[in-house]
Ligand binder design. Structure first.
Ligand SMILES: [Zn+2]
Length: 171
């Protein structure tokens, strides 16, 4: 069975709608070019050896190998203070604490990323298409976005806590 037939079948079953919805207006572009990343002049490109040196084993697994941390394992789940969540790979600010909410999933969750911070890609790892997202500066994998989030965006950015660094806002 080809992927196209798979997709048609999944749609028939009413599956895959969340990933398609999450891609929103970029879904057409995404099917032609599966990766969409905002153009940045400050891209960070390191070799695998350099990343291994810079990151912990757990960070490397998520950021560079698209691993997923165990749910409820990140201390950032309980983080409620005001500040910014940066990419643990390159320190690019990805989310404001004002966009964080408790999704009950066991992963830090946000409804809106900071502008130009993330790129997305359709991923078929679990057969059902999901929208993967990554840091726009270093390409580090952060998590997946689903369309069952709260207002105002209706989106849920389900992030691996180990891929983030929380920076407390100076008071
Ligand atoms: Zn990064």
């Amino acid at each position: 069975m080809t992927r196209r037939h798979w997709m048609k079948l999944l749609r028939t079953w009413g599956l895959g709608a969340s990933a398609a919805g999450a891609a929103g207006s970029t879904s057409l572009a995404a099917s032609a070019a599966p990766t969409t990343t905002p153009a940045r002049s400050d891209r960070v490109q390191l070799t695998e050896a350099e990343w291994r040196q810079r990151l912990s084993a757990a960070q490397f697994n998520v950021l560079r190998e698209e691993g997923t941390e165990r749910p409820h394992s990140s201390p950032l789940n309980a983080e409620k203070r005001t500040g910014t969540y940066q990419c643990a790979g390159c320190a690019l600010p990805l989310f404001s604490s004002s966009a964080k909410y408790d999704s009950g999933t066991g992963w830090p969750s946000f409804h809106t990323p900071l502008p130009q911070a993330l790129g997305t890609r359709t991923d078929y790892k679990l057969l059902l298409p999901r929208t993967e997202y990554h840091c726009a500066r270093c390409g580090g994998h952060q998590g997946h976005v689903f369309s069952d989030g709260p207002r105002p965006s209706g989106q849920r950015y389900c992030n691996n806590g180990v891929a983030l660094r929380f920076v407390l806002e100076a008071s």
